[in-house]
Design a protein around this ligand. Sequence first.
Ligand code: NAD
Ligand code: ZN
Length: 402
Amino acid sequence: MQAVVFAGIETMKVEDQGMPELQAPTDALLKVTTAAICGSDLHMYEGRTGLRPGQVVGHEIMGVIESVGDAVASIRPGDRVVLPFNIGCGFCRDCHRGDTNMCLTMNQEKPHAAYGYAGMGPYSGGQAEYVRVPHADFNCLKLPGEPFDAWEDDFILLADVFPTGYHGAVLAQVKPGKSVAVFGAGPVGLMAALSSWIRGAAEVYCVDFIPERLEKARELGAIPVNVRDGDPVEQIRERRKKSSGFTAGLRPGEAGKLSGVDCVIDAVGYQARSHRNYQQESPTQVLEDAVRLANPAGALGIVGVYMAPDPGGRDEAARQGSFVLPLAQIFDKALSIGLGQCPVKRYNEALRDLIVAGRVHPGSIVSHRIPIAQAPDAYRKFDRRSDGYTKVVIRFDQLRAA
Ligand code: NAD
Ligand code: ZN
């Protein structure tokens, strides 16, 4: 079978690999219909994880079950399913509590496991024709419809970025009537903007440097803020002052003590760019902006990744993932902070049902559908965020038709 393999820094290759086999009676084999390329895959692509060449990558995976082990009870060959990128066992303490992002048994090294990812256990990735699914009863989310129907682009986003954006909104305590700023208009940021509406936000801003991504944010109902037009915190403050959502019911003296918005979502992470120069990384740029922008008693939801060890960090502290933060300001403002990997299984069923009911159409952010042979080139373009490469999905219909 064909698979996308990490072949060294900035090099992905499509290679022939042996077919995966069932290794436990609780496993299933999935015939992949669509696998997406994630912003998280770029950390590996850019050599920021220490991943060894040879790994089949890809953690955003959906398809049709090909076969199941003897102990699989609820999933059958022919079922259409999407997989949470986190692999959970379903029986450990953390899985029981719904914290499948912290499964205690699936990775020898630390809590959390995923398909095709550095440091997340021995699981082969799903940017491939087939993938082995451990604990299939627990990890498969069943989907209605047929492969490659109109829902295909919507459902693939249930593997990661839609639940992750939603998790960002939960961590940032987005509720009805809240004002929200999302940093990053990549797939995760766009899904965080959509999720903020789902959770009842009154006003949503979305910050990035890339015009076509900001245009997608606008299509999703967010107010786009381009960092190239000036300090995004000041831009949001200025617009906020003029919005009726802000001025309604303000008492004398209150306005000056509010900083901007109630909820801030970081959908960028440690590869954040400096305000002044998009080519220059400034790992704490978004965190500093978030602390400045959050209202007193506000909340930050951090789903952009901060990761160590980072072979590409600019100094020893950065290589260990240690950064200086304005802690006194965070304390003084009594900000709540939530962060971490998304427990996809906590949200994917509810978000699927919103899609099926026609209430949301997350697949509108998919910019490119490619056959697997074009994956190496798509990694290059997505990594440069060029040519409108916002969300790339690898589809296996063309491959099989050929
Ligand atoms: P992405 O990396 O393409 O999106 C990041 C966006 O941030 C880009 O559009 C970039 O232009 C923008 N950006 C950079 N610096 C900025 C700044 N200072 N201010 C505002 N915007 C800035 O792709 P993505 O798939 O959306 O991933 C975003 C982050 O989410 C990555 O760090 C990824 O690893 C992480 N992620 C986390 C989880 C999780 O479970 N927590 C899951 C999936 C992805
Ligand atoms: Zn992902």
